[in-house]
Write a protein that binds this ligand. Structure first.
Ligand SMILES: *[C@@H]1O[C@H](CO)[C@@H](O)[C@H](O)[C@H]1NC(C)=O
Ligand SMILES: *[C@@H]1O[C@H](CO)[C@@H](O)[C@H](O)[C@H]1NC(C)=O
Ligand SMILES: *[C@@H]1O[C@H](CO)[C@@H](O)[C@H](O)[C@H]1NC(C)=O
Ligand SMILES: *[C@@H]1O[C@H](CO)[C@@H](O)[C@H](O)[C@H]1NC(C)=O
Length: 295
């Protein structure tokens, strides 16, 4: 039985006939606790910063353990953002987080990673996710098919008529294509269920390269005059990114443990830069002005 908590109940039923849908919000702690306590495996992919959702999930997992004596499996989604610094685009970093290096990982603060004893937790930290998601949930309009960071840069660049970057765009982020990332969730699920496996990155780009690619696309679309991306002013950072220089941070890491599971993402940074044309088309299609989303 697959149980999905969603506000899109009837619509999802039309797409997936064999799932049980609970209609509601993941911020409803009571509902979440009850729903989670009824299953052995929980995936969290909606919003890692929702404290009520996290509280309900943990309470439900605990209840499951107390009722069954078996530790439920919890596959959580975070992001390599927890490894980010405050470079504001001014420099690349030499620090590369390696998830197969326990001594280094243990230097993370408890707010960046933690563990509990009544549940087997696996945390996936996706990097900058890119691409346009395809599949029944996306094609039917239920799920959001675009990511956040690159579309935010595109939206701001379109609005000011010139590709932009935070600071000098020297900061480095890894990136992952959405379907490659989906493969990892499937692999991890299989590995967790097979008792023999013990699941204990890939690609990087300077944000400057993304700015350059946006600039070229805007030139092609007659929406900008091309040329090097320019630094966002303080006013633009406020207007487009809610005052946050997050898109100027560094976040470097290696997915050694995912690769040890056999994860072999197919797409490269070159594919990411090539996808910016389609992402720009989507940002224009969706519209919504310059208002920033939560980064
Ligand atoms: C899942 O991970 C996120 C990001 O690290 C964290 O904020 C959240 O509390 C975690 N969820 C639970 C239920 O522990
Ligand atoms: C993780 O992979 C990198 C290469 O991508 C390698 O240099 C490093 O030694 C690996 N870490 C461990 C602990 O094996
Ligand atoms: C991802 O890589 C695969 C295999 O090389 C390719 O067919 C596909 O077009 C790539 N996806 C994107 C969005 O570039
Ligand atoms: C914008 O920033 C303010 C102050 O830092 C914060 O309270 C608010 O939640 C942020 N809004 C979004 C959409 O991130």
């Amino acid at each position: 039985m697959i149980l999905i908590l969603s506000t899109f109940g009837e619509k999802i039923k039309a797409v997936y006939k064999n799932v049980t849908i609970i209609v509601g919000s993941h911020s409803d702690i009571g509902l979440m606790t009850q729903a989670v306590s009824e299953v052995d495996v929980v995936y969290a992919t909606a919003d890692c910063d929702d404290l009520d959702a996290a509280t309900g999930t943990l309470q439900g997992l605990k209840k499951r353990f107390e009722e069954t004596g078996k530790k439920p499996i919890f596959i959580n989604t975070s992001g390599t953002g927890v490894l980010s610094d405050d470079a504001a685009g001014m420099y690349p970093t030499e620090t590369i987080w390696d998830d197969a290096n326990p001594d280094q990982m243990e230097t993370l603060k408890p707010t960046q990673a933690s563990s509990t004893c009544y549940v087997k937790t696996y945390i996936i930290l996706p990097a900058t996710i890119w691409s346009i998601a395809k599949g029944p949930l996306f094609d039917s309009g239920i799920s959001n098919k675009k990511s956040v960071q690159i579309p935010a840069l595109i939206r701001a660049s379109l609005d000011r008529g010139q590709a932009g970057m935070v600071g000098l765009g020297k900061n480095i982020w890894p990136n992952v294509e959405i379907h490659d990332l989906g493969d990892l969730y499937n692999l991890l699920f299989d590995a967790v269920l097979s008792s023999s496996a013990n699941p204990g990155h890939g690609r990087e780009a300077h944000l400057y390269q993304v700015g350059e690619a946006i600039s070229e696309v805007m030139l092609k679309m007659n929406k900008g005059k091309g040329g090097a991306p320019t630094t966002f002013t303080k006013e633009e950072i406020d207007k487009y990114f809610n005052g946050s220089s997050y898109l100027g941070s560094n976040s470097r890491c290696r997915a050694n443990r995912s690769r040890a599971l056999g994860w072999a993402p197919k797409n490269t940074t070159k594919d990411m830069l090539a996808s910016i044309y389609a992402e720009t088309e989507l940002v224009i299609e969706i519209g919504g002005g310059a208002a920033s989303e939560k980064l």
